[in-house]
Design a protein around this ligand. Structure first.
Ligand SMILES: Cc1cc2nc3c(=O)[nH]c(=O)nc-3n(C[C@H](O)[C@H](O)[C@H](O)COP(=O)(O)O)c2cc1C
Length: 354
């Protein structure tokens, strides 16, 4: 089954045995969800992006983006910003926590309020600054943490400069590159350009992890075969579907991927909510105006949309998602949706394409 195999990857001194990464996704991939994905066979995870500026002024909410639920490893902390000094100070803080295995610089976020001030994807318009940030972040992490960069192929279709930006960060000492094969101007829509991912892989000595456009477990192996990347980072298709990581392992082991049973979906949703409550319970009262339970239910809501897509009764739940409800009410509604049955009982991984 060579076509379904992956080799371990070295990110500096860190050996990632199974180079299938859960992509950082703000609003989704907190410690609760990361830990569920790791338990299903995901190879490594990254936090949601945390602002270096927020960290420098001790903003409490920013700090929570780096919270872990338990011992999630291998784990990267992702920071964003465009001031090299501030990014370095944030990197030093991250290193001090000793909770992380690598430190990732966000050079790909396309949200206007981020990119327009030169942060995230904005860094692609200033390759020299992107490299300088990597240099200073690496120095500040004191050699304790390998530094990676998550970026895109370019700012827009007319300014594709991934070979230049990645040469700069490689030269500055980055240990690996996560490369999303879309330009910033399309954000997350349309196809991901795997040809440019392949060209970047050929041009760089450090590992390149491909990202963008994986829709099935088999796509992970297809991306490796078509581009030669050292690993794959999976984003949206893994939302509400931590079993994707089980499917990927199953394919590699010669087993057919299978749909989660309704009981598995129910138990996972309950466990997810329980973990969110634990995470919230560690926060101060001041931050939780609604209290632990209602806040955890709010955090779970966007996940429910993903977990329950494909069930007949989903529309009813979707209409009530705007209401603030306690855990018992929410889980009762989830049970009703699950009891409504799936629209399609056909097996196979292709069911979870979005
Ligand atoms: C809701 C959402 C939030 C995201 N948040 C982040 C983030 O915090 N940091 C980051 O580097 N990328 C972020 N991304 C981009 C993803 O990591 C990934 O690059 C993108 O979704 C493409 O992969 P996919 O086609 O497999 O979804 C986000 C994407 C989505 C959809």
């Amino acid at each position: 089954m060579a076509e379904f195999s992956l080799q371990p990857v070295l990110i500096g001194p860190l050996r990632v045995e199974w180079p299938v990464f859960l992509a950082p996704m703000a609003g989704y991939t907190d410690g609760a969800y990361r830990s569920l994905c790791l338990e299903q066979g995901c190879g490594a995870v990254v936090t949601e992006m945390a602002s270096a500026h927020g960290m420098s002024i001790g903003h409490e909410r920013t700090g929570h983006f780096l919270d872990t639920w338990g011992e999630e490893h291998p784990l990267g902390a992702q920071i964003y910003g465009s001031d090299p000094g501030r990014m370095a100070a944030a990197a030093a803080k991250v290193a001090e926590t000793k909770k992380f295995d690598f430190l990732d610089v966000n050079a790909g976020c396309p949200m206007p309020k981020i990119r327009n001030r030169g942060d995230g994807a904005g860094l692609m318009r200033d390759p020299a600054k992107m490299a300088e940030i990597v240099r200073q972040v690496k120095a500040a992490a004191g050699g304790a943490l390998p530094v990676t960069v998550k970026t895109r192929i370019g700012w827009c279709a007319d300014t594709i400069n991934v070979l230049e930006t990645t040469a700069g960060v490689e030269e500055a000492g980055a240990a690996a590159i996560f490369l999303h094969g879309r330009v910033a101007s399309v954000r997350h829509s349309g196809p991901s350009d795997w040809t440019l991912i392949a060209a970047t892989k050929r041009a760089r000595k450090i590992p390149v992890i491909g990202n963008g456009g994986v829709k099935t477990a088999a796509d992970v192996f297809r991306m490796v075969a078509e581009t030669g990347v050292d690993g794959v980072m999976v984003g949206r298709v893994a939302l509400g579907h931590p079993w994707l990581f089980r499917d990927i392992r199953d394919l590699a082991a010669g087993r057919a991927p299978r749909m989660p049973t309704v009981d598995e979906v129910r138990e996972t949703i309950r466990e997810h909510l329980r973990r969110e409550m634990e995470l919230m319970a560690r926060r101060g009262k001041k931050e939780l105006k609604l209290g632990v339970e209602l806040t955890a239910c709010l955090v779970l809501r966007p996940h429910l949309v993903r977990y329950l897509r494909g069930f007949r009764g989903f529309g009813v739940l979707a209409r009530t998602l705007e209401e603030r409800v306690d855990a018992a009410t929410l889980l009762g509604r989830v049970d009703e949706v699950l009891a409504s049955g799936r629209k399609c009982e056909r097996g196979g991984e292709d069911l979870h394409i979005q």
